[in-house]
Design a protein around this ligand. Structure first.
Ligand SMILES: Cc1ncc(COP(=O)(O)O)c(C=O)c1O
Length: 416
């Protein structure tokens, strides 16, 4: 095996947010969206070479940085024709979102989100003096069977377009913050869904901010056989860059940080076609003083968006989605009262539980020494209280141990 994703890495004592925030060395950390794997060897090697140079002053972004990104999105995702002039680089997707909101809204405006959704969306909207408007995603279940036995059950989310349009029609709604693929709902939006959302936004003058940080994580094994079939045409999930399928005015935010586990290196790109919008966002990036990046982020991005990076990423996603199959089967067997949302994309599994999620997560940490996120972080209504989010991007052994501890604690027994 060329890449060893089973290798356990002790991250305690490295100023690691995910582990050093935990109460002790034995805590199984299945929370924040950060992976427990070493990054791709081609990235480590490029960083080592840069590190050995020894000078780490202010940095600039070379042409090769843009070219690597343009080639990556064209070759891997079929997004042709991106131009270097459309880019604004910055230190992260959250800083990018914040600057775009600042540029396209006035304080007091509303920004639309599809709940449940990534918690920083809420803070970015509020921090720019805007109000959150929710177009909730809807949860559904479909079961396939032969009349005697059920052989597959899917729990998944879909969009109510009438509701979405009614929200967009509110003149106070100036922007829509799209999460593509969606954290934590696990959906990879089809071209049709994106096009429809884009058409609605365009009709009502709502600017689309597409956060595509999770775009590399698509579950290639997932088929939509038996669910969503009457609703969308694509029978397997595929990432579509919003800008590649919709004409709606938009800004797309991308970064190799999630896919290559380099969030600490702080590098991201905003891609905007329209000159005047891009100028306004650029101004906001400068006002927020997040216009500088560090030499390691630039080097890491170029190394990630390469043939070697692609090979590593293919192996990684294979590993992660076999973790998903394992975790789903484990929960179906040992915690059948819980419902695993079908994971089309991301490595964050969204699970419906049968007790209050906040209380459950505190109990798991205290009694089972496992930490998972409560749904209340991502949904501020009642829905959040019924879900937990489990990070699958860890070694199988750790995941298995974490799930066993959870099941034992919930049931008081587990035969695995
Ligand atoms: C949807 C989404 N956007 C953005 C981020 C964070 O982006 P960054 O670290 O580049 O600010 C995350 C991290 O979990 C995320 O899930």
């Amino acid at each position: 095996m060329k890449f060893d994703f089973d290798k356990i890495i002790n991250r305690r004592g490295t100023n690691c947010y995910k582990y050093d925030e935990m109460p002790n060395d034995d805590t199984i950390a299945l929370w924040v969206a950060d992976m427990d794997f070493e990054t791709a060897p081609c990235i480590t090697e490029a960083l080592r070479r840069r590190m050995e140079h020894g000078c780490f002053g202010y940095t600039m972004v070379p042409d090769s940085f843009y070219q690597a990104t343009i080639n990556w999105f064209a070759d891997r995702h079929g997004w042709q024709g991106i131009k270097k002039e459309w880019f604004i680089y910055t230190s992260g997707v959250v800083p990018a979102i914040s600057a775009i909101i600042k540029a396209v809204t006035e304080p007091g405006d509303k920004v639309l989100v599809q709940t449940p959704v990534y918690n920083c969306f809420y803070s970015s909207i509020r921090n720019n003096g805007c109000t959150i408007e929710e177009a909730p995603l809807h949860h559904a279940t479909s079961t396939q069977g032969d009349g005697k036995n059920d052989y597959a059950t899917n729990h998944y989310y879909f969009i109510d377009y009438d509701e979405f349009e009614a929200k967009c029609a509110d003149p106070k709604v100036k922007a829509f913050l799209l999460c593509n693929p969606h954290n934590p709902a696990g959906r990879v939006w089809s071209a049709d869904e994106l096009r429809k959302m884009g058409e609605i936004c365009q009709r009502h003058g709502v600017f689309v901010i597409a956060d595509e940080i999770h775009c590399e994580f698509v579950n290639a094994n997932a088929t939509r056989d038996g669910y969503l079939a009457s609703y969308i045409k694509e029978d397997t999930p595929k990432y579509h860059p919003f800008m590649a399928v919709s004409d709606a005015p938009c800004a797309v935010c991308v970064s190799p940080s999630k896919a290559f586990n380099i969030a600490g290196l702080q590098i991201a790109n905003i891609i905007i076609k329209d000159d005047s919008t891009r100028r306004r966002v650029n101004r906001a990036i400068n006002i927020n003083e997040v216009c500088d990046v560090n030499p390691f982020g630039v080097i890491a991005l170029e190394a990630a968006y390469s043939a070697e990076g692609a090979e590593w990423l293919d192996a990684l996603t294979h590993y992660i989605y076999s973790n998903y199959d394992f975790a789903k089967a484990f929960i179906e067997q040992h915690l059948p009262q819980w419902k695993v949302t079908t994971l089309e994309g991301t490595y964050l599994m969204w699970v419906k539980v049968d007790t209050d999620a906040d209380a459950l997560c505190s109990k798991m940490l205290k009694e089972a020494n496992v930490y998972v996120n409560s749904g209340t972080m991502y949904d501020h209504g009642t829905e959040g209280h019924h879900f937990i989010r489990i990070n699958l991007a860890t070694q199988r052994k750790r995941l298995e141990e974490g799930l066993k501890r959870i099941a034992e604690n919930v049931k008081g027994e587990c035969e695995m």
